[in-house]
Design a protein around this ligand. Sequence first.
Ligand SMILES: [Zn+2]
Length: 402
Amino acid sequence: MSRAEATSHVSRFTAAALCWLLAGVLTAYGAGPTAPIRHAARPVAKPAANPVARPVARPVAKPVAKPAAKPAAKPAAKPTPKPTANAAKPPAGKKTIRMVTINKREFLVLRDVATFYGMNYKVAGANIILSSKYTTLEFTMGSRELKVNKVLVYMGFAVTSAKVGPLMSKADFLITLHPILSSMSLPRRKIKNILIDPGHGGKDVGASSANVLEKDISLQVANRLASKLKDAGYTVSMTRNTDVFIELDERAKLSQKNRADLFISLHCNAAEATSASGIEVYTATPLGMPPTRDNVVAKAACAATAVDKENTLLGYLAQRQLKGLCHGADRGSRRMRYVVLKDNAVPAMLVEMGFISNPSERAKLQQIRYQEQIARALCNSVNEFRDALKPKMPAAKPVSVQ
Ligand SMILES: [Zn+2]
């Protein structure tokens, strides 16, 4: 960390400025500066009293650029400000989130993030734990793994530290953490038409093991999911109903053609190690972040960029529902620009329902009971996602009783 500290400098911006930043992003996504900011009926976290609401309403020019660190002429040459005891621990009640720039990447002081959300802050060895009555966030020094109420969500950048303490990247705060903790900060959207994409098909069997083919399992679960979603009141279509081959880009195009509000692609995993097990949910890698498997930052936008934050929430909700089903490791909500994900301008996820290469998971994947459980879990997560993004209903007229 010493090298990082040598090139870092600390700046401060207030919670209000951060709210402005969030408001700016919201505006960019079309929510408008008057978008209602409140917390979901079933809050994942209970942040400090409505932190985002006030600044959003103020009709002043967006100071998105303002909170950025002052461009020091030569950061390397500039001595790092000595963090005083005060700097390490901001006075209670002062919602100041300090920002540290390390190698041109902006990071936020985790202790201040805790204060911002009204959460307790604790460091236990390599773990940094933020907790409230509703939510526990577990960060690990040097790791991209974030556990939100024990559900694994991969961040774009690892937690690092400077003299002021542990840090998380600003990009992860805005695109990974905040959409999960404050879903009401996301633009409202209707989730009604669901397009289910059973992976592979026809000449493309997908992964296979012991005569069990991924293309068959994906279609079987897709049919079960379709029936559950229809029962729940959704309009459902499928990229394929039979054992046919469809090009990947064609599947994403169907999303637009069918005016889908949500896209769900179903797959089975496979690995050389037959012990590998568990469920993974993928959403498209956000702009400015690397995919989960490497550190190559996505520098170009794609269709999915419009819904980067919604995708974070979707991936989390699905993984939360699914993780209890498998006794293997929680493999987490991950990011990857798969064709069917990156070309989708609506929230989209790809679910790896288990390892066909693992004998016991292969057996489970063929069982009606397990397929039903996966379908039920996915249907639940779609319901949660729909409710989290529900358009605001017009205020009810007061009922007059005569
Ligand atoms: Zn597949």
